[in-house]
Ligand binder design. Structure first.
Ligand code: GLN
Length: 540
């Protein structure tokens, strides 16, 4: 008997090459469905064997996105949160590692009763379970992105699972395949052959795409859609053109302009029942995004700057706040290691603001400390996030409190002044990642501070991902020199925000505000950072 589900499934697969923007396409599809009044959830399958992204090098894999419940996930979850204005949780990101460890654990407990445990059906069943557990009455759509590229060995179990789901719920499943249509300059032509091959590969597995979205350098011209339709067995109206866009935030509009939202509703025979102004709000955001009245330059001084995906959420948070304030912010990425020589003034002068992001490991730390000192002395707004706050604390300790050799014990475990240190309770825990503060923690804001000016609330919730903390034994010494601890975790008295009262904006936070900023709701600390830069740049 045919089963029915009230949550409709849209599976997004990718063909030809990786990095085509499946995450953005999935998230943008969500935006247009939200614009039609539907609730949309998203699930990302990552075919790698790591159980989560926690131990993965940002150089290789981009930023680790932390959810409010403390899951260390793929950066696509950040796109989902930002595009859908919805918090993701642990269950929204499943890796092959997670699937296999669950199945192996069950096998060890004897739950398979003597059967041979196999990829089909045991692994594919576990994958299906992870999808079905997200079915609920509130969400009319679940968009499920299969990481990797069709043809990869790793993604086969996921494709097999979704093939089975189509068989079980034939009327509730849609396959959207994203491919590349390369442009050949010498013959001035777009080529469909790689797409034909990748669709063939999908069909060989038993999946016929319902829609094909084509990434290309330029829009698909007359005749190309017909050709893709003919060779890939998809009607012409269901071939979507996704040419390079000026920004990721234009993609929902491109899809909407091709009436993709209504095509999806037709596919599932659905009609909108609720009004929503989500798409209008999105358009307003985008209009402001391009309506620059002013221009500023912010330097990001970090360790992973040659791969800016490592700081994706920070970059986007700056974009959100800039759009809100109608300012164009040019980001200058500065390798912190390069600031360890006598070139600091030369490298940093000309910047209107400096941001020091989070990170692990000692490489480039002294350069970050130099950047903090430079911004402090030059009265340039300086925003430190996580490691960035710790770096500001070290700078203040060494150069204002005159504590010689002050450091974080992460980088010098013999320092005479461990102004940033592990908490006692953490010291004996050895398991990698086991001692991290992860996910949401409350933070109480002190009245009369910049933090209060920014948040306007007594108690906030922010996301964390770190091991080290400000060392409270130095608190009084800092306060005596005009440093204000304006955010404190009420549970354990840890310092979450520090600021310098006498400076236009020299503020560090131990949490990651960038994880909660959204295009339609920029984070207040990023807004304040940009506002203070504008005051310094245009109002003095
Ligand atoms: N390495 C620092 C710590 O573990 C900061 C971490 C971060 O910036 N996310 O505390």
């Amino acid at each position: 008997m045919k089963k029915r589900s009230s949550t409709k499934l849209i599976f997004v697969t990718g063909g030809v090459i990786s990095s085509l923007g499946k995450g953005i396409t999935a998230a943008s599809t969500g935006v247009i469905l939200k614009g039609k009044g539907f609730n949309v959830n998203v699930l990302k399958f990552d075919p790698y064997l790591n159980v989560d992204s926690g131990t993965m090098n940002p150089f290789q894999h981009g930023e680790v996105f932390v959810t409010k419940d403390g899951a260390e996930t793929d950066l696509d979850l950040g796109h989902y949160e930002r595009f859908l204005s919805r918090d993701m949780i642990q269950e929204n990101n499943v890796t092959t590692g997670k699937v296999y460890s669950t199945v192996i654990e069950k096998e060890r407990k004897g739950e398979f009763l003597g059967n041979t445990v196999q990829v089909v059906p045991h692994i594919s069943d576990e994958i299906k379970k992870r999808i079905y557990q997200l079915f609920n009455k509130e969400d009319q759509f679940l968009i499920c992105e299969i990481g990797g590229t069709v043809g990869d060995i790793e993604s086969l179990p996921f494709l097999e699972a979704i093939r089975q789901i189509k068989l079980e719920f034939p009327d509730d499943v849609m396959f959207l395949h994203l491919t590349l249509i390369p442009y050949i300059r010498t013959s001035d032509e777009l080529k469909t052959k790689p797409t034909q091959h990748s669709v063939n590969e999908l069909r060989r597995i038993g999946i016929q795409p319902d829609f094909i979205a084509c990434r290309s350098e330029r829009p698909l011209y007359e005749g190309i859609k017909a050709k893709i339709s003919l060779f890939c067995n998809v009607s012409e109206e269901r071939v979507i053109s996704l040419p390079d866009a000026p920004s990721i935030y234009d993609v929902p509009i491109n899809l909407e302009n091709q009436d993709f939202g209504n095509s999806i509703l037709d596919f599932f025979s659905l009609v909108p029942t609720r009004k929503s102004n989500y798409m209008d709000n999105w358009k307003t955001f985008l209009k402001n995004y391009y309506a620059h009245e002013k221009e500023i330059t912010v330097g990001i001084v970090g360790k992973y700057v040659n791969l800016t995906d490592s700081y994706m959420s920070i970059r986007e948070s700056i974009n959100h706040a800039s759009s809100f304030l109608k300012v164009k912010t040019i980001i200058k990425w500065i390798e912190s290691e390069s600031l360890e020589k006598d070139n600091i003034d030369e490298e940093l002068s000309g910047l209107d603001g400096i941001l020091i992001p989070g990170g692990f490991g000692s490489r480039g730390i002294e350069g970050m400390i130099n950047a903090s000192k430079f911004a402090r002395n030059a009265n340039i707004p300086c925003f430190g996030i996580c490691l960035g706050m710790q770096v500001m604390i070290i700078d203040l300790a060494r150069n204002v409190l005159e504590l010689k050799g002050a450091h974080s014990s992460e980088f010098d475990n013999k320092t005479s002044h461990p102004v940033v240190d592990l908490q006692k309770s953490q010291i004996d825990v050895e398991k990698m990642g086991g001692t991290q503060r992860l996910g949401h923690f409350p933070c109480r804001i002190t009245k009369g501070t910049k933090a209060m000016e920014s948040f306007g609330e007594n108690l906030i919730l922010e996301r964390h991902r770190h091991r080290y903390e400000f060392n409270n034994t130095y608190k009084k010494a800092f306060e005596d020199k005009g440093i204000v601890f304006s955010g404190i975790c009420p549970q354990n008295d840890l310092v979450e925000i520090s600021e310098l009262a006498s400076h236009p904006f020299f503020l560090g936070c131990q949490f990651h505000p960038e994880l909660q900023s959204r295009p339609l709701n920029p984070h207040s600390l990023f807004l304040m950072f940009i506002k203070k830069i504008l005051e310094g740049r245009y109002e003095n």
